[in-house]
Design a protein around this ligand. Structure first.
Ligand code: SF4
Length: 506
């Protein structure tokens, strides 16, 4: 028998051994990706490379195996693996249960299953939608924590089976996770099942118990800082104290130097000139990385004019300065289009744009804030009656291969237990774990099945148009041929935008 093996160079020896133990007569042939279409009797795929098989590369092989941690798993015997996973769960052997779950995920992907046998390995569970800041680019600027709550232990109980099988828990939703009075207890529960923790925070709340958990249980911590100077920081992040932030940054540097820290800044008119200083601040605070993000404008805030896309030269100039500062200090800086920037751009070249950028006042007056609150009232009343939960989606003309990671192995749930299509498509809801009583039936609810089916058929679902994660190439299991059609709004969004414009008299 001829066994075709598709694996990492480093795994060749061990995978040859595994194949010869299971199939002593097999003649092993290592294949490059391009050779896979030739077909053969048996194919063994390295777990590390499964995500590359987005098309029908395995179709020409009657027997397909996944190689993971020195074992070969038959893709056709997923039923046995489910039993094995169950046995490990009963024995509370979480590591082994998670390993088997990971192989089941590979099988779901290779078989293009619309009903997943695997549970997600990255689970984002909203700790709270309450925030102690009112940042000028965020919904909390006008929502004032109306109806905000924290995740209860009871809701979490309905997700216990999924938490046992996930590897990473993200604490974020719409609020600041560290202000939930239950967050430490919840971290302990996640960690008790072998999860690592990740979170984004404004770092305004940090006590000894939290620092201890960050040091022990966190894989990384992202800290949102939208101004390097006190004046800019406190003007953007209303309600935050610059002194508290700096003191907490240094506490982390001193006490948990081994935990990866990422500083993130949303670039806008008000802070773009502080990009290089932000890199310096991050370096002093012992951070590993600085990420500069683009601002997503908000209709109610009316901040489309703050988006830096209107000032490309200014963005280019300060992005270059931030990159140079990062190179000088040895800290990794992430800016959009880093490879395509004109490194020779001069300060003189950005004068016109700087003047234009400063022509509009940087901050809202009290009257403008009041007007924004009135707009929020109108929009909220509209949304209450028009922003219906979406339970299905349809294919578009945009071609793709594979499936979105959020439908295969990532999952977002809000603090009420509502599972959404992903952290971006919150109104596309699959169901509620508390109401259904268990995780898997919501994870495989009609919306999730339909979305997977559309992706696997080679088309992007309408709900996923304009997705930033597709644009940023952040999805490992999905490749999209981005065409102009991709940048359209969904029909629901188009209709809502039009109606809102009329309502707001624009
Ligand atoms: S493609 Fe984007 S919008 Fe669609 S499910 Fe994935 S992350 Fe969400």
């Amino acid at each position: 028998m001829k066994a075709t093996v598709y694996c990492l160079e480093d795994h060749k020896m061990e995978i040859r051994e595994a194949v010869s133990v299971s199939f002593p007569d097999a003649e092993v042939k290592f294949a490059a990706y391009e050779d896979l279409t030739e077909g053969g009797e048996l194919l063994a795929v390295d777990h590390e490379l499964v995500h590359l098989l987005k098309k029908d590369e395995t179709a020409g092989y009657p027997s397909v195996y996944v190689y993971f941690k020195k074992r070969l798993f038959a893709v056709s015997r997923a039923d046995l693996l489910e039993e094995e996973r169950e046995t490990y769960v009963k024995k509370e052997d979480w590591d082994s249960a998670k390993d088997i779950n990971e192989v089941l995920c590979d099988i779901d992907f290779l078989c293009k299953n619309t009903v997943n046998r695997s549970y997600p390995d990255f689970f984002q569970i909203e700790s709270t939608d309450y925030c102690n800041s009112k940042c000028i680019m965020c919904e909390h600027y006008f929502t004032h924590n109306k109806q905000a709550e924290i995740l209860s232990m009871e809701t979490l109980e309905h997700m216990r089976d999924a938490i046992q099988l996930s590897r990473r828990i993200n604490l974020n939703g719409m609020g600041e996770p560290f202000i939930s009075k239950l967050v430490k207890q919840q971290i302990d529960l996640y960690v008790g099942y072998g999860n690592k923790i990740v979170a984004n925070t404004n770092l305004s709340v940090l006590d000894d118990e939290l620092i201890e958990r960050i040091g022990k249980d966190f894989e990384w911590l992202a800290i949102s800082i939208d101004g390097a100077s006190k004046e800019t920081y406190e003007s953007i992040r209303i309600g935050m104290s610059y002194e508290t932030l700096i003191s907490n940054l240094y506490k982390l540097k001193e006490r948990v130097p081994h935990v990866k820290k990422i500083i993130s800044m949303v670039m806008m008119r008000q802070n773009v000139c502080e990009m290089p200083q932000m890199v310096e601040l991050a370096h002093k605070a012992g951070a590993d990385q600085v990420v500069f993000l683009n601002l997503n404008p908000n209709l109610i805030i009316g901040n489309a004019g703050d988006v830096m896309l209107h000032y490309p030269k200014v963005t280019e100039y300060y992005s270059v300065k931030a990159l140079e500062k990062g190179e000088e200090l040895g800290i990794h800086v992430v800016v959009a289009n880093a490879g395509g920037l004109n490194r020779a751009i001069t300060f003189d070249e950005i004068q016109d744009e700087l003047t234009q950028m400063r022509r509009i006042p940087m901050w809202k007056t009290k009257e403008e804030e009041q007007k924004m609150l009135e707009t929020a009232e109108i929009v909220n009343r509209y949304i209450e009656t028009h922003d219906q939960e979406q339970n299905t989606t349809v294919p578009t003309e945009v071609r793709c291969s594979g499936v979105c990671d959020w439908l295969l192995k990532n999952c977002y749930t809000n603090l009420h237990g509502d599972i959404s299509m992903c952290c971006r498509n919150l109104i596309y809801r699959a169901g509620n774990v508390s109401k259904e009583g268990e995780f898997l039936s919501v994870w495989n609810a009609p919306l999730m099945q339909k979305s997977r089916e559309i992706f696997y058929s080679g088309y992007v679902p309408e709900a996923c148009l304009k997705c930033g994660m597709i644009e940023g190439g952040e999805l490992k299991y999905l490749t999209v041929d981005i065409s102009p059609d991709f940048y359209q709004d969904t029909r629901l969004k188009k209709k809502q935008k039009q109606e809102l414009k009329t309502l707001l008299g624009e």
